[in-house]
Write a protein that binds this ligand. Structure first.
Ligand code: UDP
Length: 254
């Protein structure tokens, strides 16, 4: 589907991040889910951004399934999709790396190494609550700023100034895809202290307790979407895209 993904374990991604933080260049990482792959098919700017990132991780079983079956016949791919919750054959991609899991691991490392973090986005007060929750998890963590704001072009100058005043090493943005990825692509050069920037979608909502994450069993079997559908029925169009339209488009391309 013309979006590159890196063949890396979560541990390897964390090692890359540590290297990036010691270097002089700035890096944009994206956790790519099925909806993002679909969106990239008709949004050229977004597709271009996903080609400029330093690392793209597979965020979702659907992406793992697609990578695993890209050379399989149509029927074999369908069969692998049906049995996905109980049987997962080896994939070229070693593991699923979700925004929320990666975020927590990065925060853990940052707390140990005194690396400075800025949390941007989500509804008013959610980033601040996320900061409090992270302080409880990792007491030595240095969150140097939080701001809700919006991905609107009219606000980016102000947000850029707020971030530069705080001078973080890492920036996490919760504006949802593709707005957060486009925001990073437009603004990263203007916030030079930031060595690593990642769009994290609804991560702050989970960590702050604003929205509850699915039980571990559903996460591990790839059925997290079912839990979210029950909890937030308004997400149906997005869930349909991830669980139906995405596999359909992928199979059609065979
Ligand atoms: N959001 C925001 N401003 C916007 C649009 C979205 O702060 O203009 C936030 C929203 O509050 C949520 C996050 O962006 O915290 C996106 O969450 P979503 O559930 O869409 O992300 P997912 O995890 O599904 O990618």
């Amino acid at each position: 589907m013309n979006v590159p993904l890196n063949i890396l374990t979560e541990r390897e991604v964390l090692e890359h991040i540590q290297r990036y933080l010691k270097g002089t260049e700035q890096h944009h990482l994206a956790t790519v889910n099925p909806e993002m792959l679909l969106h990239a098919q008709h949004d050229e700017e977004f597709r271009h951004v996903l080609h400029q990132t330093s690392i793209n991780t597979p965020d979702g079983m659907g992406v793992m399934w697609a990578a695993n079956t890209q050379h399989d016949s149509l029927w074999k791919s369908i069969l692998k999709l049906i049995v996905l919750p109980i049987y997962r054959p080896t994939s070229p991609l070693p593991e699923r790396i979700t925004g929320v899991d990666l975020f927590l691991e990065i925060c853990k490392q940052a707390a140990e190494k005194q690396q400075k973090i800025f949390l941007l986005g989500a509804k008013q007060g959610v980033a601040e609550k996320t900061k409090e929750a992270l302080k409880k998890l990792y007491p030595t963590i240095q969150i140097v700023g939080t701001y809700s704001g919006s991905p609107s072009i009219h606000e980016q100058e102000k947000i850029k100034d707020i971030i530069n005043d705080a001078s973080p090493d890492m920036l996490f943005i919760a504006y949802g895809a593709p707005a957060q990825e486009k925001w990073i692509a437009r603004n990263l050069r203007k916030i030079p202290s930031v060595k690593v920037a990642i769009g994290v979608g609804g991560t702050f909502d989970f960590i702050s307790g604003h929205i509850k994450r699915a039980p571990l069993l559903l996460q591990k079997t790839g059925l997290e979407w079912l839990y979210r559908l029950i909890k937030e029925p308004a997400r149906w169009p997005r869930i349909k895209n991830a669980t139906m339209v995405f596999p359909w488009r992928f199979l059609k391309s065979k």
